[in-house]
Design a protein around this ligand. Structure first.
Ligand code: FNR
Length: 181
């Protein structure tokens, strides 16, 4: 049986980003028939401009990777109550071409604050709705106080968080199974 392909996108460009580490942790939780690829080109994408469209190779690569994935997981920090510009920029590149339309998706925000980056999560979910993703009420997770839940190397040290991430992944896999059945 062909392995399911999930594309993971971190909204943070930082080294040792907690959001990137969360996605790496989810990749470690994936069952044998699921491969989770971390997209690493967010900072290579040009500024979105509908006049330019798809002549850029990084844009074409980003669109192809999303198109060929069975599902996507996005984990974002919150900057000034919103999602980082690089993440919104990337998502704007796929509005007209529709690679996320009817694609099962999960969304996470992680913050050192006790709000869990819920403003960024709300904003991300609005954009994912505009893009036509398939989600349900178990498809999103705001993670507060993230610094106390990861060790210095980025490994999860909070069992409850590990369990929540596992549930989020299981739910995403269920949505993919329903779509493909
Ligand atoms: C932040 N941070 C932040 N956190 C938050 O919960 N709400 C916010 O509005 C902001 N705003 C904000 C602005 C700027 C300019 C910076 C640099 C930071 C803190 C942010 O959540 C923190 O840096 C996270 O650790 C970033 O996530 P990564 O990079 O660890 O994944």
């Amino acid at each position: 049986m062909k392995a399911l392909q999930i594309m993971a996108i971190s909204g943070s460009l930082r080294n040792n980003s907690s959001n990137t580490n969360i996605l790496k942790a989810i990749a470690g939780l994936a069952p044998e028939n699921v491969v989770i690829h971390l997209y690493e080109g967010l900072d290579k994408l040009p500024h979105f401009n509908p006049d330019v469209d798809e002549k850029n190779g990084y844009v074409a690569d980003f669109r192809n990777k999303i198109d060929s994935a069975d599902g996507v997981i996005i984990s974002t920090p919150e900057y000034a109550f919103g999602i980082p510009g690089v993440l919104k920029n990337a998502l704007d590149w796929i509005v007209s071409t529709g690679e996320l339309n009817e694609k099962p998706a999960a969304a996470i925000s992680a913050s050192p604050l006790n709000t869990g980056g819920e403003n960024a999560l709300t904003s991300l979910l609005l954009t994912l709705t505009a893009l036509g993703t398939i989600r349900n009420k178990f498809s999103s997770l705001a993670i507060p106080n993230i610094k106390s839940k990861l060790d210095a190397s980025g490994t999860i040290i909070d069992n409850q968080l590990a369990e929540s991430l596992n549930k989020l992944l299981e739910n995403l896999l269920d949505l993919i199974e329903v779509k493909q059945s």
